[in-house]
Design a protein around this ligand. Structure first.
Ligand code: FNR
Length: 397
């Protein structure tokens, strides 16, 4: 039976796995490897050495990147039986918006180095898989085009604060006008970290004009140039490197952002409980507990290890999201059982993008959603509202 004619079981997880098993009876195997470890090998072959280093590398020796994964291994799910899990609802509410599933694509910059269509291919893959995304400030494609490709699915804009306040305001204003549903201000890149693979390759994508799609199209950015980026790309790239990021930022600057936009504001890159408390004090709508996938401070705490204390500290006064190390369905469940309302997934979808464009993104994400759906039912929950710390054990508890 083809995908189109098979009646739905009413379960995204069951539908996806039955489609795969039935195709197997016709000697058709999935186009992309199911296991991310296998996909990683294909993606490495499909990309340049430089682009691969930028994706797969972390800060310093990569200790925090590995610690992110190890932290998941310290928690174990405790499945419960006989709880009627025939109907499951994966949707959750975050900052007043309903997400079809508690997974968003994490903002990943300069996607043009993995695929010619970059973030547009990613957006199409996300739409096919029914997931929302967070678009990076340093996207290869202009933000308006990506917003359009996302249609009705949730799309939020990740903001890197620029040294030029008018430019920052312009990016926020454009995001709001284009229909982005929230501003996710990333805090953990006041400076670019010491990243050994990139230094080894002497490579930063922005210097080659990748990841500047929203800058080169910005009226304020363009007004700062004598000649347009089309006429003199080298000068435009030089300007980008001068305005990108603002290490002088402090908590009081958040009030300016609050005044600048009506959109919900989330702070990405929180690890310390005291910073989470400050976020509450400054009236933001949410935070993303994250160490940037281990790309900023090597030796920093694993993001999952930071999550429980933060959840206790904010005590539901804002939405807590999580990223750094999410790879499979069980990881999503663990983060949510520890108190996250939703998670962001980073590197895995870029592997799909590098190997097979939008179809690759769709495959990776649809597999993840199927895994989440099945695992949720298998632990005995019908929705994420049912999933709490009771479903987790650590060797210490
Ligand atoms: C990132 N990340 C990131 N974050 C952000 O706020 N803005 C950005 O432009 C980028 N760019 C970026 C590029 C690449 C190549 C990677 C791998 C990551 C961090 C990202 O949003 C997220 O925090 C991590 O990727 C999550 O960790 P995992 O899922 O990759 O382990």
């Amino acid at each position: 039976m083809s995908d189109e004619t098979r009646p739905s079981t009413g379960s995204v997880g069951m539908d996806r796995q039955l489609a795969i098993y039935e195709a197997g009876t016709r000697q058709v195997r999935p186009r992309l490897p199911i296991a991310l470890e296998e996909l990683k090998e294909q993606a490495r072959e499909a990309t340049t050495r430089e682009a691969w280093g930028f994706l797969a590398g972390g800060a310093g020796a990569g200790d925090t990147m590995r610690a992110n994964r190890r932290a998941f291994g310290r928690w174990h799910l405790m499945p419960r039986m006989l709880r009627d899990v025939s109907q499951r609802d994966l949707s959750v509410e975050v900052c007043g918006q309903r997400l079809p599933c508690p997974i968003l694509l994490a903002p990943i910059g300069a996607q043009g180095i993995y695929h010619a269509e970059g973030e547009l291919a990613t957006a199409r893959g996300a739409v096919e898989a029914g997931l929302g995304l967070v678009l990076s400030t340093v996207s290869s494609q202009p933000l308006e085009a990506v917003a359009e490709a996302m249609g009705d699915l949730p799309h939020w804009f990740q903001l890197y604060w620029c040294r030029d306040r008018d430019l920052t305001a312009s990016l926020v204003e454009r995001a709001e006008k284009a229909g982005f549903g929230a501003i996710v201000l990333t805090l953990d890149v006041p400076l670019l970290a010491w990243r050994e693979p990139d230094l080894e390759n002497a490579y930063l994508p922005f210097l080659y004009g990748d990841g500047v799609g929203s800058f080169f199209t910005d009226p304020v950015f363009r007004s700062r140039l004598e000649r347009s980026p089309e006429e003199d790309p080298a000068a435009a790239i030089r300007l980008f490197t001068r305005v990108f990021g603002d290490p002088s930022l402090s908590w009081d600057d958040l009030d300016w952002l609050r005044r600048t936009t009506d959109l919900p504001i989330l702070l990405k890159g929180i690890l310390a409980a005291d910073d989470a408390r400050r976020a509450v004090d400054h009236g933001v709508d949410g935070i993303v507990v994250s160490n940037h996938g281990g790309r900023q401070v090597d030796g920093a705490i694993a993001a999952l290890d930071a999550l429980p204390e933060i959840v206790r500290t904010v005590d539901d006064r804002l939405a807590v999201l999580f990223d750094s190390g999410i790879r499979r369905g069980s990881d999503v469940l663990k983060a949510i059982a520890l108190g996250a309302r939703a998670v962001l997934v980073g590197r895995p979808y870029i592997l799909g993008l590098a190997v097979d464009g939008s179809a690759g993104v769709e495959a990776v994400l649809s597999n993840l959603v199927a895994d989440v759906d099945l695992t949720l039912g298998l632990v005995g929950c019908r929705s994420f509202a049912d999933l709490d710390g009771e479903f987790l054990k650590s060797p210490r508890s």
